[in-house]
Design a protein around this ligand. Structure first.
Ligand code: PXL
Length: 275
């Protein structure tokens, strides 16, 4: 495998096992150089904790981009997650152009909503800005809630394949070349992931009833790591799903806490990549 270099743009939640504290160790462990651009620094993530601090780093972006341009720093992949502000999205759009190698894969995880609602920091303006990032993505990686906010479709907890296909088509109409839609379950006790390119494919697996915060970031990071290890889209989507399930199951062994215990399972992710 050629040595690949990825840039990920998302926040540092100092405590809480999400975003960069997940992406950096995981993607590095997959053998990929992982450069980071922190969108903001928060004392914790925003789901469940109260009184968290947040330093938005939006205003640092132009100078960082300028320096990278001067140094001619470019990446094989750019993966975006939770961003710091609506204004920041425009800077990210610019970096997506200036820091991309010719065949750069752009993975956009909209990371803004779950269970039918937006995260506390976000509003409709942010959703509209996120559509612009989706428009330049090679792969958009939302959950159903995020897909609904992006497309304007009604959020449903119970749905059929026609509804999911419609969501995927609308995401592609926004400009995404490929769609990987997570958390799709048609039967009780089951969930899975849909890949939508020109064709629809579905990988189904067991659903653990107790959802965990941060699983979206674990999923996206495993997916990016697998893809940059040369796995095909559907295989990367399946490996990420199997790994995320392992992490959720591992988390259930201990006391309830704020994130996913992904670290002890990294060795199994590496084994899956070697198959
Ligand atoms: O896991 C997504 C995420 C990332 N970063 C921050 C968050 C969340 C979800 O709530 O609050 C700061």
């Amino acid at each position: 495998m050629a040595y690949k270099r990825l840039l990920t743009i998302q926040d540092i939640s100092c405590v809480g096992q999400c975003s960069l504290t997940v992406a950096l160790p995981m993607i590095s462990a997959c053998g990929v150089e992982t450069a980071v651009l922190p969108s903001a620094v928060l004392s914790t993530h925003t789901a469940g904790f109260t009184g968290y601090t947040c330093r938005d780093l939006t205003d640092d972006f132009p100078a960082i981009e300028k320096h990278w341009k001067k140094e001619n720093l470019k990446f094989d992949a750019i993966y975006t997650g939770y961003l710091g502000s609506t204004k920041q999205v425009n800077y990210v759009l610019s970096i997506m152009k200036s820091a991309a190698k010719e065949k750069c894969v752009k993975i956009v995880d909209p990371a803004m909503a779950d269970n039918g609602i937006l995260y506390p920091a976000f509003d409709q303006k942010y959703v509209n800005a996120m559509k612009k990032l989706v428009a330049v993505s090679d792969i958009v990686l939302p959950n159903i809630t995020e897909a609904c906010f992006l497309t304007g479709m009604e959020y449903k907890e119970v749905y059929d394949e026609a509804y999911i296909k419609e969501l995927c088509k609308k995401l592609k109409a926004l400009g995404a070349k490929k769609v990987v839609l997570t958390g799709v379950g048609y039967k009780k006790g089951r969930t899975g992931v849909v890949c939508y390119t020109n064709k629809y494919s579905y990988y189904e697996h067991k659903k653990e009833e107790k959802g965990r915060h941060g699983t979206g970031d674990v999923y996206a990071s495993a997916f990016a790591g697998a893809l940059l290890n040369g796995k095909k889209l559907e295989d990367a989507a399946r490996i990420a799903a199997d790994y995320t399930l392992l992490c959720i199951q591992h988390s259930q062994k201990g006391a309830n806490f704020y994130g996913v215990k992904f670290e002890p399972e990294i060795k199994n992710l590496i084994k899956m990549l070697e198959r």
